[in-house]
Design a protein around this ligand. Structure first.
Ligand code: TMP
Length: 244
């Protein structure tokens, strides 16, 4: 049975290096596909050809050394393309979109991490993407030491110790502590949308917790959708009655 969500649903995954986002995203996508949902998995920076070019500039360090504020502008240029060309169209088709990182990454990395004023980032956000936000955000929380060790090991396995996508990972421990605290602050300020998850749990336990949370949110969304539909029907009936 194919399931289509009226207006779609948008989930983002956030976290520091080595928090296990990618594994959790593919497990969640598989589980939801098995239940008949149409799933679009995407990532930031990236998600469109234009965004992937910006990713190469920022993440693979082949485009010079950008100042944090210039990075923010590039990230939001990529994000705007991502929303308009990929996320919104997929949501309009009733899909669940799952993005590996979204706007919280900019607030956490460029804001809390690099020390750019949060209000300046929010101003650029308001100018480019307005109030567009995910419906649900998972913040995979792990202590930076464990996360960095995990991600370093993975890099060696994937590249045979060649350094590729390491532009942001080579920053120091204090940076990663600020990043973690930043994510926790963001979550505290938006508890309706954000779920902080202990990423040190084993992969399956983590998956179960995430899946339960998604199920609850989807149920709530369909209750709201059904309620809206029945309200619209009532309004239509009373309009018809009024005309009689
Ligand atoms: P990933 O490899 O975890 O997908 O992320 C790529 C890197 O880009 C990661 O080190 C975090 C960084 N990044 C930012 O600094 N700001 C942002 O807004 C985004 C989306 C990513």
């Amino acid at each position: 049975m194919m399931r289509c969500l009226n207006g779609g649903f948008f989930i983002s995954f956030e976290g520091g290096e080595g928090s296990g986002k990618t594994t959790q995203i593919s497990q969640l996508a598989e589980a939801l596909k098995a239940e008949g949902y149409s799933i679009v998995v995407t990532r930031e920076p990236g998600g469109t050809p234009e965004g992937e070019s910006i990713r190469s500039v920022l993440v693979q360090r082949d485009g010079g050394d950008w100042l944090p504020m210039a990075e923010v502008m590039l990230l939001y240029a990529a994000r705007l393309m991502h929303i308009e060309k990929v996320i919104k169209p997929a949501m309009e088709d009733g899909c669940i979109v799952i993005s590996d990182r979204f706007s919280d990454s900019t607030l956490a990395y460029q804001g809390y991490g690099h020390g750019l004023p949060l209000d300046n980032i929010r101003a650029i956000e308001a100018l480019t993407i307005g109030a567009f936000k995910p419906n649900l955000t998972f913040m995979l929380d792990i202590d930076p030491k464990t996360g960095l060790m995990r991600s370093h090991k993975q890099l060696i396995v994937e590249t045979g110790n060649k350094q590729t996508e390491d532009r942001f990972e080579r920053l120091n421990k204090k940076f990663h502590d600020r990043l973690r605290q930043g994510y926790l602050n963001i979550a505290k300020s938006d508890m309706e949308r954000c779920r902080v998850i202990n990423a040190k749990q084993d992969i399956d336990a983590l998956h179960r917790q995430i899946k339960n949370s998604v199920d609850t949110a989807l149920k709530k969304q369909s209750i709201v959708e059904n309620f809206k539909t029945s309200l619209q029907q009532e309004v239509r009936i009373s309009e018809i009655d009024g005309k009689r």
